[in-house]
Design a protein around this ligand. Structure first.
Ligand SMILES: Nc1ncnc2c1ncn2[C@@H]1O[C@H](COP(=O)(O)OP(=O)(O)OP(=O)(O)O)[C@@H](O)[C@H]1O
Length: 237
């Protein structure tokens, strides 16, 4: 059972694996409702693996992880879609279907997560598209949108089910600096409205300019700026 004051993410003594290799050892942290947290570290340091473990894409073999009230260590296969309904996942692997309109892309996710009534689906789509600053793109194909607009649609899709936390892997990667700024501002706005954010990034300018808690994958350990000071400058990640 989960209570409204419980952290959104709670990790105790967990190890993160890729195949038989331990990527991170003895990971411990909590993320509270509405918190904003950066996840940094060198390429191959384990950011993506950690995020994938949180949404039950990688098995948890050691330690305890609780996400949005689900115990990831013993989650059943048929509970995984229910867990993911509570999360907004923004990953390179989850791009838009190129052969479907924006509305069809959103409808696909909604049907897969239990939405049935067309009128309600349409209303919610309009809401989330407005929230990400896109008024009139529902009937467009992804290729008719700029990279930044496509990323906004991906974020809108992640918001459809009012997630308690957004898990984002390099959401501003591959975008011009100015467009990245706009996307980052959108994450800030979403966070201000109460959704927690865990964002993996290599963009040291963002991390430097926006004071927030930082978790850093560093040599198989996860450091937490809440507990210790560490170097944030670019040359270290
Ligand atoms: N599918 C996979 N199968 C086996 N090993 C993998 C797989 N994906 C990643 N790894 C390994 O796991 C380790 C952690 O990789 P991970 O992708 O989590 O790091 P990262 O910090 O997200 O890196 P990047 O910043 O480049 O995205 C690396 O040594 C990587 O080679």
């Amino acid at each position: 059972m989960s209570f409204s004051s419980d952290p959104v993410v709670r990790i105790k003594n967990a190890s993160i694996f890729q195949d038989d290799k331990t990527v991170l050892n003895d990971v411990n942290f909590e993320i509270e409702k509405g918190e904003f947290v950066f996840l940094i570290g060198r390429t191959g340091g384990g950011k993506t693996s950690l995020l994938k473990t949180l949404y039950a894409d990688l098995d948890l073999r050691l330690g305890e992880i609780n996400v949005a009230g689900y115990n990831i260590g013993n989650i059943k296969k048929n509970e995984i879609p229910l867990l993911r309904r509570k999360l907004g996942i923004i990953f390179q692997d989850f791009q838009l279907f190129p052969d479907r309109t924006v509305a069809e892309n959103l409808t696909f996710v909604m049907k897969a997560t239990g939405w049935k009534e067309n009128s309600k689906m349409k209303a919610r789509q309009t809401e989330v598209l407005m929230q990400v600053g896109l008024g009139s793109v529902a009937s467009k194909m992804p290729h008719q949108l700029s990279g930044g607009e496509q990323q906004r649609v991906v974020i809108a899709r992640a918001l459809l089910n009012e997630p308690v936390i957004l898990l984002a892997d390099e959401p501003t990667g591959n975008l011009d600096p100015e467009v990245s700024q706009g996307i980052f501002k959108l994450f800030q706005d979403i966070n201000k409205s109460g959704t927690a954010v865990l964002m993996a990034t290599h963009d040291h300018t963002l991390v430097k300019n926006y004071p927030a808690r930082v978790l850093k994958c560093d040599g198989g350990k996860l450091l937490d700026s809440k507990l210790e000071n560490f170097e944030l400058s670019a040359k270290y990640y």
